[in-house]
Every structure is written in C-alpha cells, then in structure tokens.
Design a protein around this ligand. Sequence first.
Ligand SMILES: [Zn+2]
Length: 300
Amino acid sequence: MTTGRPFSSPIDLLKKVTSSRRPEDAIRRLVTDLRSRVQACKGPVKGVKYPPYDPRPFAELLGATEIRGADLDVAGRIVVNEADVVIEFNRESTASYRRRFTLAHEVGHLALWEAEKKLVPDSKPRRARSQAVERLCDAVAAELLAPHAEIRSNWRAVCKRPLSGRIGPDPLKMIEDIAKEFGVSLQMAAIRFVEVCSPQMGVGLLDIRKECFVWCHRVPDRASLLALLLRRHKEGVAGNLKDTGGLFSGADSYALTNTEVDSVPAEWRSMGFDPALCLVVVKPRTFSSARRRRRRALAF
Ligand SMILES: [Zn+2]
C-alpha cells in the first residue's frame, strides 16, 4: 500500500532528514541538532549543557506553548489546538525521572512532526501513534536524557582508572552512576549501559522480599539465575548476616538449564537506597571446558 509520503516508515523519515544510513546515527544526529539549537537560543541554561538534562527547553524550541499536569490514563500526550501545542503529563506520576522521560518522549513526537514538515511542508500533526513511532520516541528520549557519547566516554574513563581489588571495571557502580548523573531510572540506566557500553551483557533487578525480578533485560534463563541468587541470599542470612543491608553482594556462574553445559557469570549487589533490591549483571556466557574442548576439536 502506498502512503503518498516520501518516506516508508518513521525511522526512514529520520534517516532522510538527518542524512544517516543507520537508525542509531539518525537518532543521535537528530538530538545533537536539537541540543545545539536549544543552546543557541537559550544559552547555557540549567539542564541544557550539562546533565541532568531538562526536556522542557527542547519542547519549547519545537513549539510547545504549555506543559501541564492532567488526569490522564496514559503517561503523556500532545494536545494541538489551533496555534497552541500543549504537552500534558499524568499528574499522578510523581517520580521526577518518570515525568522527565514522559516529556522527553513527547519531545520525540514534536521532533518527528518537525522532520515530517521538512519533507512534506503541508503535513499536519497526526494523532495516530504506531508502535514504531512510540519505540522511536522512546529512543529519542533516551538519547536526549542520557546521550550515547557521554555514557561511552564516562565508561572509557572508568575502564582506564586503576582497579582496586577487581578483575575488571565495575558495571554495577557504572549503572548506579548513570542513574544519578543523568537523573534517569535505574532500569533506564541499566539498559542504556548495556546498549552503549556492553551489548553482550544482561541486567536485572531482583526483589529479595518478593523473590522475583522486578525487571530483566537480555538475561538468559532467568529462572536459573533467580534460583542461584535466592540460594546465595539464604546462605548469607543463615551465615549470621542477620541484617543484609547492603551486604548481599557476590559473583558466581549459573548453569543454563536447557543445555547444562554452558555457564553464565553473574555479579550482584544490594542497592543502598533499598537493600531488598539487588542489581544483577550477567556477563557474556562462557563455555564449559568440555564444550570448549569439543569446539576446539571441531575447529581442526
Ligand atoms: Zn508517544
């Protein structure tokens, strides 16, 4: 079916207006361009040049006339009324990082509308929001709040620092630092860390009270990992760690139940703000020596 538009999808639109070949380059260029335009017209205002970044000046640059809380059954929306472009966010969402992400996501919609106008000057803002558009606006929000280049350079600096008592740099601390510095949720910081710094890693947040993961991202065989963590936690409690506040930490490998030969190294640590929550990173899997020998035999 032809759409009559000179682009085939929202990401194709962004690639065209930013002259990019890869989707991730298109998103980064779009946000870099917005950032320099906001800096040019607002000057060095808070939240524009240094993190934590504030989506409001970006929304204003793109034509938002008002940003307000409202009773909504969604996180946020844009209401267009003749010349007024109003961003509404759910007033019940009180966590500042959640509200900032909602606003940054709506900035993504405004930026897409602006991009579409460049290719189709008489186009009107469309209400229909496909899943592809929503995913793209989430990616724009992530880049706006926690830019790829800054996270990568922070991680490179961490990797260059001398290590005390560790084999490698500490991904758990890096995730906590991203959340603090950029004012984003721990989940977003963890996903951003994996995407930017270590695409082979998995991350998850365990709730020791509820004995389940609050969220998980790219963790293979999470049931097996959960069993290991709960076992290690119970051993710690039985071993007279009556108050496990901040003490539940460790590193081990867990076996994948479907193969029983591969093992996946994991590292975990309780969170300072709530010791019942435990952040876990899963490193690229290693192969058992038997399997490694088999692989080597096959290679020759
Ligand atoms: Zn949306």
